[in-house]
Design a protein around this ligand. Structure first.
Ligand code: SF4
Length: 431
């Protein structure tokens, strides 16, 4: 169940149907004001909605007072063990306090923090970690770690409600992806407070990103989770933000910047796709518009499954084609493909629409059709996928009821046209 309640961390709504908020945590000593502010700006520039800073010492509270003023995004103070630091962080102007009620010194200390937070209108994140469950749940933890995690979280929620404090979000974190999924699913059935999702100590950029994408992606696809943090073993916190955005973009939960799609390549590849894709990805980093750009390694399938992309290229040995919204724009020499692609992207973004030169478009379409015709017998990955889809829905790939036939008899008739890949979500008109 998606959270029903909503809280506000600074000016950012969390839960209750608000967009899933992206957060990261600074990896600097918070007391090092300049280094911390630089990292906060990097996080904000990458699209972080919120930032969390560790506050383990008095000198971190001192820096926090300046950080909350200078930070372009709301700041969450991360407190463990020392409730007086939580009280001071509230006085320092923190926009939210993260604490684990189980390690802050007992319910009376939690009560003092809750009372001060309530008076200041500051929300809290109360968290449970798989490594630090209360003693009375250790036996349950050995029997059923998921139930123990959820029980701990529910007990903390009940404690806060007894303290008449409801301005909080809840997190259950585990290093185990299956436990994270199972415990958050169960918790979301039991409470309606906003949920913070994350996989604890997920790992390196590679493994941590994958674990987070599987764990958080599964929950987010279920509608569970209101704010996410990707924990990666890197000093560059903005990389956590980038991964979070890729997950949200993949699930179509939020839009930010371009989306690059590229074929996986195969033996039909006609140009140096690795270099081209890398260059396009880097150049797209400076764009804020949510355009979709496709790169196809050969023209054997025509524009095919990339017909929904706002812009794309497909190459052959000496020449390639630039297309937009499923329509050829023009042929260019292969070595000019990337530069000319960006000429078209920039022009379209400036105009708010893509201009099509019908003569050049027809020339490109003819070139494409010739390559398709020459390779009509080729069972490319895309044609196989189209055949599987057509077999699954009982048509021959052209929307006609499929006659009894084997793959070999039918595949030439399958064209990856709009019936199989309907153009959807285009952001530009063609003229
Ligand atoms: S057949 Fe498909 S996967 Fe292979 S290079 Fe061409 S577009 Fe890429």
């Amino acid at each position: 169940m998606a959270s029903r309640r909503q809280i506000w961390v600074g000016g950012v709504p969390i839960g209750g149907g608000a967009p899933v908020a992206v957060q990261s945590m600074t990896k600097t000593e918070t007391a090092d004001f300049d280094a911390t502010m630089k990292q906060i700006r990097d996080i904000a520039d990458a699209g972080g909605d919120l930032v969390r800073c560790a506050v383990p010492r008095e000198k971190d509270v001192d820096a926090l007072k300046r950080i909350v003023v200078e930070s372009p995004i709301p700041v969450i103070a991360d407190i463990h063990f020392n409730y007086t630091l939580a009280l001071k962080a509230i006085d320092a102007g923190a926009h939210c306090i993260r604490l684990n009620p189980g390690n802050i010194g007992g319910p009376d200390k939690v009560a003092q923090v809750a009372e001060k937070a309530k008076a200041a209108g500051v929300p809290m994140r109360i968290g449970v970690n798989s490594g630090s469950l209360p003693k009375h749940l250790h036996e349950l933890e050995r029997e059923n770690s998921v139930e123990a995690l959820v029980q701990a979280a529910v007990e903390f929620v009940e404690l806060m409600e007894r303290l008449d404090f409801e301005n909080f979000k809840v997190s259950i974190k585990s290093t185990s992806v299956p436990n994270t999924i199972a415990s958050n699913r169960l918790l979301s059935e039991k409470i309606d407070y906003p949920l913070h999702l994350g996989i604890t100590e997920a790992g390196t950029k590679w493994s941590g990103s994958l674990k987070s994408a599987v764990g958080l992606g599964t929950l987010l696809a279920d509608g569970i989770g209101d704010t996410i943090r990707i924990s990666l073993s890197t000093f560059h916190a903005e990389e956590e933000v980038n991964v979070a955005w890729e997950i949200l973009k993949a699930l179509k939960l939020r839009e930010r910047g371009p989306v690059l799609i590229a074929c996986p390549t195969c033996g039909r590849l006609q140009f140096d796709m690795d270099t081209v894709v890398t260059e396009i990805e880097q150049r797209l980093e400076s764009y804020e518009q949510p355009i979709e750009v496709a790169v196809l390694g050969c023209a054997v399938n025509g524009i095919g499954e990339a017909s929904h992309a706002d812009f794309g290229i497909t190459g052959a040995k000496n020449e390639g084609l630039i297309f937009a919204g499923g329509k050829p724009l023009r042929k260019v020499p292969t070595e000019r493909l990337v530069d000319e692609l960006f000429v078209e992207i920039d022009r379209s973004l400036d105009l708010g629409r893509t201009e099509v030169d019908e003569g050049k478009s027809a020339e490109g379409a003819e070139w494409l059709a010739k390559i398709e015709e020459e390779n009509a017998d080729d069972l490319t990955p895309e044609r196989l996928a189209a055949l599987e889809a057509a077999n699954a829905d009982g048509t021959n790939g052209n929307g006609e009821v499929k006659p009894a036939m084997g793959i070999g008899a039918g595949y030439k008739r399958v064209r990856l046209d709009e019936e199989l890949s309907p153009t959807a979500g285009r952001r530009f008109t063609r003229s």
